[in-house]
Design a protein around this ligand. Structure first.
Ligand code: AMP
Ligand code: MN
Ligand code: ZN
Length: 887
């Protein structure tokens, strides 16, 4: 929710700022005619906004003060008074939201829903309403600004828009040729893209960032030759991207260390803080704003003069303003510098390619550079200008060391300077030129007082530590660590989407996850190509909505987006294809659930009919996608990823995501594990169906307050429930996969491979024996307690037979484990599989006994391990619940 809202907020902010003049006019009009109150009690927009922001701020603070979800909350909740209060307030809030939504004509039945099942839906309602409201605000602001957005084409249902080629202005040469008939500069509204004026092309390629530095002032260790060679730099800019990547790779091999090292690592490692900076200073009062000159610097000449000034100073304060919505990597739009005497505002969009000259002052170890919260600034300086900082003092770190109540700059300003700052412009669109006076004043105040604060804080750090420099030294050290930060470009990998998906805490079936993956990749590609943020190309919440709904029609995709991002509108056909592609992926999990709801048998019966111990048909069953034990819990990995070790869950998830066919033919070791699957599956399903989890309906929702400890306590109901439904879900996944696979492959391959059958008869027989045993085991287990039964069931489902046992017990199979007629289980005839597809598998002969394989599978099936992983799953499930309720 935060992400989505933040995106929206930025969006509106941008809109608001981009239409700044409109707003200003409005408010000044209101000022002129006092009688014309905006709304009761507020004379103009500013007053209203100020009041509104104040209210939001105090609400946010208050909500942060509430007991934390989890133990603390559960404890409080055990008091009826608290519970009543929460419920009362909750109702009030919902009522209020509902009123707002109604006022804006949105669906709003947020109140009268089942508390347990309604959260997801209510959340969606809120997101939708947010979209509608913000969209409306945007339109109104546009209108105030004289832009009529309603003239945008509205696509009628089924209308296929002409294919518009989005101008790839950032790639010289590419995109030209046959498909370059229609060009349209994207979203060229009000603000021209500063990128257009950049001398140096922005490199959004999916390659690691290489420092921009090519001269190194104040070097104790010379800059590696790689950087000093201007030729290299030119090459990188003129060569087509594909070739650039290749060159890049080659160079990477030669210069790995140089390229990715911090150019000033050595200097920073050897940086000494002189005695004078570790002893107590007399704070030097800042000059009043009114008496301080403020220069706006947008020419090289002025910049050079500034650099000279800075080089003669002993300290100066620096801050940056940044824009990230209409750029892939982000743009540093402004640099503010304050000396003791003067303020400077540098137009870093204009002087982007020249700013490196400031390295002379920035890396001079005899000059202190004071920043507040420099973490991002260090990265932005490197990324956009190749600037580095040697001898940084970060007042944010000082604030932390002093244990101040809050560490924000406005707090420091209030605390040390009694200045009330207004951070309203922090998220403004800093690309605006010419900069409105208010924004210049705001920017200026970010550095104007900083040197005085730096003095005060150093003095306090020493006082705090009884005059000993230890604490102050530690702030210097921390600051140095921050200046050692290296900018890392966002790199797209095949797994990138999982990280985002995990953050969203959405449970996706395979199709949805595929859609999410494809959309994520599309979004990344487009964002790099068009140099837009991913949030601009397709906000995450829309991407999730499309993935969840998998619209059949392009129009449905449009309907998931409100407002429709321009790039989505332009590329709707492409997106539609991606969604279609995702829909073709075998569906795990959701389909079964749906069928069950309708009271249908969840298994689609394949046309194949034979089954028996001598049946040769299951010969190539090992060709099934290996649902290894590692893979199986991976659906859970997706769902309950929160507590999970990242790497771990990544593996799991990718196992799930991977199309069955792919994993299948790679890992031969796991193949034999599959041999007993179908019968086991059948059995598992039958057992499973016999006790449908009564809590199922509640599972995807999060509005349940559970004591954190409960999930670790095997005796608790929660533990049991969570484990049970988890296991069930595993069964369902398997069963569904199985059913799907059968239906698909059977139909396709019926006519083939009769000859293969005889070759594999022997193996088939062995397999059936094994299956028999597995099922028998299962049946035996199923008579035990529910919990145990399920666990075993799931493990069998995880397809890790114990060959030796199976053989022993095979004789018992007919009585106990043959599927009963009414269940009419029809195993898939794998003899008819398209074995050409599986050639690789075939060569590794599965019919042969492989002791290693057996050992492997036996080990895997060990109960304790299963228990453990199930326990882990339960843990995840609970944290998922509580985590989500945080929203
Ligand atoms: P500041 O150091 O406070 O002047 O912030 C520098 C830049 O960081 C701003 O221009 C914004 O682009 C960005 N920024 C600061 N605070 C936030 C925030 N809360 N959310 C998003 N971006 C922020
Ligand atoms: Mn800053
Ligand atoms: Zn700032």
């Amino acid at each position: 929710m935060y992400t989505a809202t933040a995106e929206k907020m930025t969006d509106t902010f941008n809109k608001k700022d981009s239409t700044n003049s409109g707003l200003k006019n409005k408010s000044s009009n209101a000022n002129d005619e006092e009688k014309d109150e905006l709304c009761p009690g507020f004379k103009d927009v500013d007053a209203f906004v100020k009041y509104g922001l104040g209210a939001v701020l105090s609400a946010t603070k208050a909500s942060a003060g509430l007991p934390q979800a989890g133990d603390e909350f559960d404890f409080y909740r055990s008091f009826p008074g608290f519970q009543d209060f929460c419920e009362g307030q909750g109702d009030k809030l919902l009522h209020c939201m509902s009123q707002i939504m109604k006022h804006h004509g949105c669906r709003s039945h947020t109140r009268d829903q089942n508390k347990l099942t309604g959260l997801e839906e209510r959340y969606d309602l809120v997101v939708d309403s947010n979209d509608v409201i913000l969209e409306r605000a945007g339109i109104l602001l546009d209108e105030a600004d004289g832009v009529n957005r309603s003239q945008q084409p509205v696509m009628p249902a089924g209308f296929q828009p002409p294919k518009i080629v989005v101008s790839s202005w950032n790639r010289k040469g590419s995109g030209s040729g046959s498909r370059s008939e229609t060009f349209r500069l994207m979203h060229a509204k009000n603000i021209t893209r500063p990128q257009l004026k950049f001398k140096e092309k922005i490199d959004n390629s999916n390659t690691p960032f290489v420092p921009k530095i090519f001269t190194k002032p104040h070097a104790m260790k010379p800059l590696p030759s790689y950087f000093t060679s201007q030729q290299n730099r030119k090459d990188d800019q003129s060569v087509p991207s594909a070739l650039a990547d290749l060159i890049h790779q080659q160079r990477t091999q030669q210069h790995v260390e140089d390229m990715f090292a911090h150019p000033y690592q050595y200097e920073l490692d050897h940086l000494m803080i002189p005695e004078s900076l570790l002893s107590k200073p007399e704070p030097q009062m800042y000059k009043p704003l009114a008496e301080t000159t403020c220069s706006f610097i947008d020419t090289l000449e002025d910049l050079v003069a500034l650099n000279e000034k800075l080089c003669t100073s002993s300290e100066f304060a620096v801050d940056l303003e940044h824009h990230s919505y209409r750029s892939f990597l982000g743009l540093t739009c402004l640099m503010q510098i304050s000396t003791r005497e003067e303020d400077f505002i540098i137009d870093t969009l204009e002087l982007r390619s020249e700013l490196y000259i400031l390295n002379e002052a920035f890396t001079d170890p005899s000059i202190v550079k004071v920043f507040h919260g420099a973490d991002s600034d260090m990265e932005w300086l490197q990324r956009d200008f190749g600037l580095y900082v040697v001898k940084l003092f970060d007042t944010h770190q000082a604030s932390r060391a002093l244990n101040l109540a809050r560490h924000s700059l406005d707090h420091l300003l209030k605390h040390f300077c009694s200045v009330d700052s207004d951070k309203r412009f922090q998220l403004a669109d800093w690309r605006i030129r010419p900069l409105p006076e208010e924004m210049i004043q705001y920017a200026r105040s970010d550095t104007h007082y900083l040197l005085y604060i730096y003095d005060c804080m150093r003095a306090q750090l020493l006082d705090f530590n009884y005059g000993q420099p230890g604490l102050l030294q530690s702030v210097w050290n921390r600051s140095r660590d921050i200046s050692l930060k290296k900018y890392m470009k966002p790199i797209f990998t095949d797994e990138s989407y999982l990280e985002l998906q995990r953050k969203q805490k959405k449970s996706f079936n395979t199709q949805q996850l595929t859609a999410f993956r494809l959309l994520f990749a599309w979004r990344d590609k487009l964002a790099r190509q068009e140099d837009e943020s991913t949030g601009y190309v397709l906000p995450t919440h829309m991407m999730i909505k499309i993935s969840e709904e998998l619209p059949k029609e392009p129009q449905g995709i449009i309907a998931c987006c409100n407002p429709v991002p321009p790039v989505v509108r332009q590329q709707i056909n492409e997106l539609h294809l991606l969604v279609q592609q995702a829909r073709e992926v075998p569906l795990l999990k959701a389909e079964l659930a749906a069928q069950k709801q309708k009271g249908l048998t969840p298994i689609k019966k394949p046309e194949v009919t034979l089954f028996g111990p001598h049946d040769t048909s299951r010969v190539s069953e090992s060709d099934l996608p290996p649902f290894t034990p590692q893979e199986l819990p991976l659906k859970q990995g997706v769902l309950f990823s929160e507590d999970e070790d990242r790497k771990d869950s990544d593996e799991k998830i990718s196992g799930l995501v991977a199309h069955a066919k792919i994993t299948l033919f790679e890992e031969l070791e796991t193949k034999t594990d599959e041999e007993s699957l179908p019968v086991a599956h059948m059995k598992a399903r039958r057992i499973n169906e016999s006790f449908e989890n009564p809590f199922r309906m509640y599972l995807p929702t999060t509005d349940v307050h559970i004591n954190k400890n409960a999930k670790f306590d095997p005796s608790s109901k929660i533990f049991e429930i969570s484990k049970r439904w988890k296991l069930q879900s595993i069964e369902q996944q398997q069963a569904e996969l199985e059913a799907k696979r059968k239906a698909k492959t059977a139909a396709k391959q019926q006519a083939k491979k009769a000859t293969e059958e005889s070759n594999k008869a022997k193996q088939s027989y062995q397999e059936s024996l094994q299956n028999v045993a597995t099922v028998r085991q299962l049946a035996a287990d199923s008579k035990g307690g529910g919990k145990k039964r399920e666990r075993e069931q799931s493990e069998t489902g995880e397809s890790t037979p114990k060959p030796s046992k199976k053989l022993m017990k095979s004789s018992e199979k007919p009585q106990k484990d043959k599927p009963s007629p009414q269940e009419s289980f029809t195993p898939f005839d794998y003899s008819q599989s398209d074995l050409k597809v599986f050639t690789e598998v075939k060569t590794k002969d599965n019919t042969h006994f492989d002791p290693n394989r057996q050992a492997h599978s036996t080990k895997r099936q060990k109960t304790p391990k299963g228990q453990k992983s199930n326990f882990g799953a339960a843990t995840r499930s609970m944290s998922y619940l509580t985590g989500k309720s945080d929203r």
